[in-house]
Design a protein around this ligand. Structure first.
Ligand code: NAD
Length: 336
């Protein structure tokens, strides 16, 4: 069966790492019909916008996209492509599996957790105001509808994947209304749909401390938007950094798969980037498309490459000397 998948190369290292992912996915014989689409700083010259309408429409039509990182200028200019995409396509759940990888030495072993981040509201609603000179505000939005659906997505995931425990990280002791509602909705969904899954409530600052002391005690984490963003990167650091953490942004209609890392302008165009996180995001995408066997083959191939690969096959951040393309070729050779 052929799948049509939107491919957004993005900015910086984006074109290099998405090309590598495409090479590896195609090596499984998945027969994907890729539709390249513009987004990011590179799209402005031709389309006058960081997120051209044709890109949004194509994702709405084909429902699945693999996306490279895009550069977002700080403090001025266009609204973030990522925030726009998540809001316009209602990709309300960011799902980021974080696990210790064979061959990647870190301070921790046996980390295997999944971050569920609410993706559409909170402090990312973009409602900022200047009250008077020198005084600005940002509005944190929490709705019952968005909180219930992200909790449902997280508990459904626990049940489908046999995950035993969900920890909700919050600051409801201070933000009594917003985080209070988020927590209350999580409790309600827990009771309704998954009482057999253990639910743990933890204040976010304590949660960060527990994560760096003993990440193995966590299974699935549920967080509102800003906490989820920050804790995702913290969790990436537990298993070897941004180069090895994939992600998906999922709604009821569409899904966009992308790495947690950014466009890395410092190494862009130098064939230095590690494409693994985008390739792992591609594995999540194949699973989403029902291509479970092909997803497994890629996973087996990168596990083997990380454990047994020669320095000439591994990128520099993994202790090797290979470029982005050589890494992808080494992976493609291992796909049985
Ligand atoms: P970054 O993730 O781009 O880079 C952080 C550090 O990690 C850099 O030293 C970089 O060289 C390194 N790095 C990142 N990915 C790597 C990879 N695949 N292989 C090897 N090294 C890698 O974060 P940043 O510097 O904070 O952000 C740069 C730009 O990316 C900003 O414009 C930011 O807004 C954007 N960004 C985009 C996304 C996205 O599109 N999903 C996510 C995060 C940041």
């Amino acid at each position: 069966m052929t799948h049509t998948v939107c491919l957004i190369p993005g900015d910086g290292i984006g074109p290099e790492v998405t090309e590598a992912a495409r090479r590896v996915i195609d090596a499984t014989g998945a027969g994907i019909d890729w539709v390249p689409l513009p987004a990011g700083a590179n799209a402005v010259e031709e389309h006058g916008d960081v997120l051209p309408e044709c890109t949004v429409q194509a994702i709405e039509t084909h429902r699945v996209a693999l996306k490279g990182p895009v550069t977002t200028p700080i403090g001025k200019g266009f609204k973030s492509v990522n925030v726009q995409l998540r809001q316009r396509l209602d990709l309300y759940a960011a799902v980021r599996p974080v696990r210790s990888m064979p061959g990647i030495r870190t301070r921790y072993e046996g980390v295997d957790l999944v971050v569920f981040r609410e993706n559409t509201e909170g402090l990312y609603s973009g409602i900022e105001n200047t009250i008077t000179k020198g005084v600005v505000t940002s509005l944190k939005v929490c709705t019952e509808a968005a909180s219930l659906r992200i909790a449902r997505a997280a508990f459904d995931y626990c049940r489908e994947r046999g995950r035993k425990k969900l920890t909700v990280l919050h600051k409801a002791n201070i933000m009594k209304l917003t985080d209070g509602l988020f927590l209350d909705c999580t409790r309600r969904v827990h009771e309704e749909v998954a009482p057999e899954v253990e639910m743990e409530e933890m204040i976010i600052d304590n949660g960060c401390m527990q994560l760096v002391r003993d990440p193995g005690r966590f299974d699935v984490l549920l967080l509102e938007n800003l906490y989820g963003d920050v804790v995702s990167d913290l969790c990436a650091g537990l298993v070897g950094g941004l180069g090895v953490v994939p992600g998906s942004n999922v709604g009821d209609h569409c899904a966009v798969f992308e790495a947690v890392h950014g466009s890395a302008p410092d190494i862009a165009g130098k064939d230095l980037a590690n494409p693994l996180a985008v390739i792992m995001s591609g594995v999540m995408m194949l699973r989403h498309l029902g291509e479970v066997d092909r997803a497994r083959r890629i996973r087996a191939a990168y596990n083997d490459l990380l454990e047994h690969g020669t320095p000439a096959e591994l990128t520099r951040d993994l202790g090797g000397t290979a470029g982005t393309r050589a890494f992808a070729e080494a992976l493609a050779r291992r796909i049985a």
